[in-house]
Design a binder for this molecule. Structure first.
Ligand SMILES: C[S@@+](CC[C@H](N)C(=O)[O-])C[C@H]1O[C@@H](n2cnc3c(N)ncnc32)[C@H](O)[C@@H]1O
Length: 290
């Protein structure tokens, strides 16, 4: 009996997801098939008649069922690319998003300059999750070291594993802390993508986000700004003179978060939009130790 070829499997997977109304069906089908069969996009073109093992067909079938039931494709894969690096995910980590690359891109030249000038550059990443921001910065700035803080042990285990996988563990430490509670010392940069969704809004999020990203990574309190207040209040004590605080924000929060930081004595350095044109990153200076 003739088996199923790679081309047929890709076609069937795509059709099954699009028939189920999955947005981005072709992309998700390709990611799942490639991951499970260990094939590449170019092999789909150069070797379309390759026969696929029965156990791989079963695995693709199960993955498609999970996708159709609402699980995001990267949760099924167990990893997601961020800033060109692969990050493992776990139950209590947010999937790193492309929007957050805006913060990394903005920080790299500033941190590289500090690293050149001082020979080292220390980074505090508050709410590190998978370690995405801290580890992407370490990969781009060889003289930097980072402390990744999270309230979730599961996230810290995942961040430490990602650091090992990326060969960055010598320059990365993971610490359990409620924001600054367990932190001592000063840093050249404090970065954070904190939870910033208003509590009442969580129910209205897409089910892929609401059901699969951890609540602690999303819920920013009644007005979504709880974490910014803490970061603005506490950062000055932990920032080296001439250092930077950079935070990701929700697209409607620029004015409110700016007010919080200016009210805490910081100066605005820059405000950046993400690739889709939404306000996404605010960077502040000042407030450092005398
Ligand atoms: C929006 S996620 C960001 C994750 C990662 N930095 C990224 O950009 O993909 C926010 C993170 O803050 C952590 N968090 C929430 N409350 C916290 C707290 N009180 N202290 C430290 N971390 C906290 C969550 O566990 C989560 O990992």
């Amino acid at each position: 009996m003739k088996g199923t070829t790679l081309a047929e499997l890709l076609h069937l997977a795509r059709r099954r997801l699009s028939d189920a109304g999955i947005e981005g069906a072709a992309f998700d089908a390709r990611l799942l098939v490639e991951d499970i069969t260990g094939t590449t996009r170019s092999e789909a073109i150069t070797d379309p008649d390759r026969l696929i093992d029965a156990d791989m067909l079963t695995a693709v079938d199960a993955a498609l069922s999970r996708r159709i039931s609402g699980e995001p494709v990267h949760r099924i894969l167990g990893y997601r690319e961020f800033h060109g690096l692969r990050f493992s995910l776990s139950a209590e980590t947010l999937e790193p998003r492309p929007d957050t690359e805006t913060l990394v891109d903005a920080m790299v030249p500033l941190l590289a300059e500090i690293g050149e000038r001082k020979g080292t550059c220390s980074i505090l990443d508050l709410g590190t999750g998978t370690g995405a921001i801290a580890l992407a910065l370490l990969a781009a700035v060889p003289r930097a070291s980072a402390l990744g803080v999270d309230i979730s042990e599961d996230a810290l285990d995942t961040a430490a594993r990602n650091a090992r996988g990326l060969g960055l563990s010598e320059r990365f430490k993971a610490l359990r802390s409620n924001w600054f509670e367990g932190i001592s010392g000063q840093f050249d940069a404090i970065v954070s993508n904190p939870p910033y969704i208003r509590s009442a809004e969580i129910e209205t999020l897409q089910k892929e986000v609401r059901n699969f990203d951890p609540l602690r990574a999303l819920d920013g309190g009644a007005d979504g700004l709880d974490a910014y207040r803490t970061i603005a209040r506490e950062s000055a004590r932990h920032l080296e003179t001439g250092g930077f605080v950079a935070v990701e924000i929700g697209s409607s929060q620029k004015a409110e978060v700016t007010d919080i930081f200016l009210g805490a004595g910081f100066l605005m350095k820059t405000a950046l939009r993400d690739l889709t044109g939404n306000d996404r990153v605010l960077m502040f200076t000042g407030g450092g130790k005398a």
